[in-house]
Design a protein around this ligand. Structure first.
Ligand SMILES: NC(=O)c1ccc[n+]([C@@H]2O[C@H](COP(=O)([O-])OP(=O)(O)OC[C@H]3O[C@@H](n4cnc5c(N)ncnc54)[C@H](OP(=O)(O)O)[C@@H]3O)[C@@H](O)[C@H]2O)c1
Length: 268
């Protein structure tokens, strides 16, 4: 990865995180180039990471990898403008939500190596989770490169089919919001029990962080970790019983299926 020339089309939130993650992983800033409509975003990244900037045509023409990081609604237009500048053998990585490989192939050429990804916002703090799927024109080396680029901002996993992107969108793509909702509800409950709002916030966030770290570092699953902290007749058991009687698991499952269905609808 350290010798590849990577061009970012769009230098917003996601591209900015990827660029920062790549530089933190040792990719020289001079191997990374970006273009954006907003010059201020480019200047910031140039100063912070030492990347190159230029026109879309210029940065694409010398790239081994082009990362498409504009909003989905602008993707058709960007691909049309980009296509004449692409080298043969270039790898395209699209992080755009809801844009299928068939559309990208229509816009960029049916023989192009393209990897479609679904990252999530914790990529902003280098703790992202990304699902990837490669088209048939992607070589093993290109797939490894795509995986390494996304792994610069967290964990990246390969999917068995492109349709799985919809499940990934529902699970990890939208997932941070589910944890924020739980944090919000816990914080509100803490306040209702008499804690000062700031105290309730601090305790909630630290508990979420601590639980995540315990779960990630553990050799047993969350089910076992839950059992271990649930003493018979204790306070945790009282809370878990209350969750279970309110059909918590069914509620979560229905929510994720609703997100998956919406992801399919948005992809057209
Ligand atoms: N954020 C997430 O949680 C998340 C998660 C998964 C996937 N994604 C995907 O990641 C992509 C980027 O999202 P984001 O949140 O990073 O968006 P963003 O912050 O709006 O970044 C997109 C950038 O691309 C620029 N741009 C638009 N048209 C351009 C063009 N023709 N040439 C060069 N630059 C252009 C935009 O400039 P202007 O602002 O001036 O238009 C903006 O700076 C999206 O496709 C989204 O679906 C995001």
């Amino acid at each position: 990865m350290n010798n590849s020339r990577i061009a970012f089309i769009g230098a917003g939130n996601m591209a900015g995180s990827l660029i920062r993650g790549l530089v933190a992983k040792g990719v020289p800033g001079q191997h990374i180039a970006a273009c954006d409509l907003d010059a201020a975003k480019l200047t910031q990244l140039q100063q912070e990471c030492g990347i190159r900037t230029g026109s879309m045509a210029d940065i694409a023409a010398t790239a081994d990898v082009v990362v498409l990081a504009v909003k989905p609604q602008g993707m058709a237009e960007v691909c049309a403008a980009l296509r004449p500048s692409l080298q043969d053998g270039v790898l395209i990585i699209s992080i755009a939500a809801g844009i299928p490989l068939r559309s990208l192939q229509n816009w960029l050429g049916s023989e192009r190596a393209i990897v479609r990804c679904m990252p999530n916002t914790p990529a902003l703090v280098l703790e992202g989770a990304t699902g990837l799927f490669a088209n048939a024109h992607t070589s093993t080396a290109q797939a490894a490169l795509a995986e390494a680029i996304l792994a610069a901002v967290g964990v990246s996993v390969w999917l068995a089919s492109e349709e799985d992107i919809n499940a990934v969108t529902a699970l990890s793509g939208s997932g941070p919001a589910y944890f924020f909702l739980l944090m919000e509800a816990m914080q509100q409950a803490g306040v209702r029990m008499g804690l000062a709002p700031e105290l309730a916030r601090q305790l909630t966030l630290q508990t979420a962080l601590g639980a995540a770290k315990l779960a990630v570092g553990s050799d047993v699953g969350p089910d076992e970790l839950r059992r271990r902290v649930t003493s018979p007749g204790g306070t945790t058991e009282a809370a878990i019983r209350s969750f279970e009687s309110a059909e918590f698991r069914t509620m979560v499952e229905q929510a994720l299926f609703a997100a998956q269905k919406r992801s399919v609808e948005l992809a057209g």
